[in-house]
Design a protein around this ligand. Sequence first.
Ligand code: SF4
Length: 107
Amino acid sequence: MDAKEITWIKKHGKKAQGKNEYIEYLESCIKLSFKKAILANCYQCMGFYGSGKRDDCEIVDCPLYPYMPYRRGIEKVKKVLSEKQQESVQKLVTFRSVARKTASGKI
Ligand code: SF4
């Protein structure tokens, strides 16, 4: 995308979640965080919200739909941990607790 198009998006793209992230990506081509990448992708996919509305795309079969910033009627996505992940989290919590006690001289 050339500088003219980026300028156009800055000027005419509707203010919505993902605009700044999309512009940041276009200008620097840096690797965005997952959250920023999703916001940026939905922003460009929605035609920069050119309709003027920040609507739900309603494309429920899109893999990004659960993260679409303006989706409606769906509970927030909750991360479900597997048993192995839960064990890892518990180990990490225990490790941090011991490390904190050691650092403070309680052990
Ligand atoms: S969730 Fe909707 S707006 Fe976002 S990428 Fe998928 S189809 Fe496009």
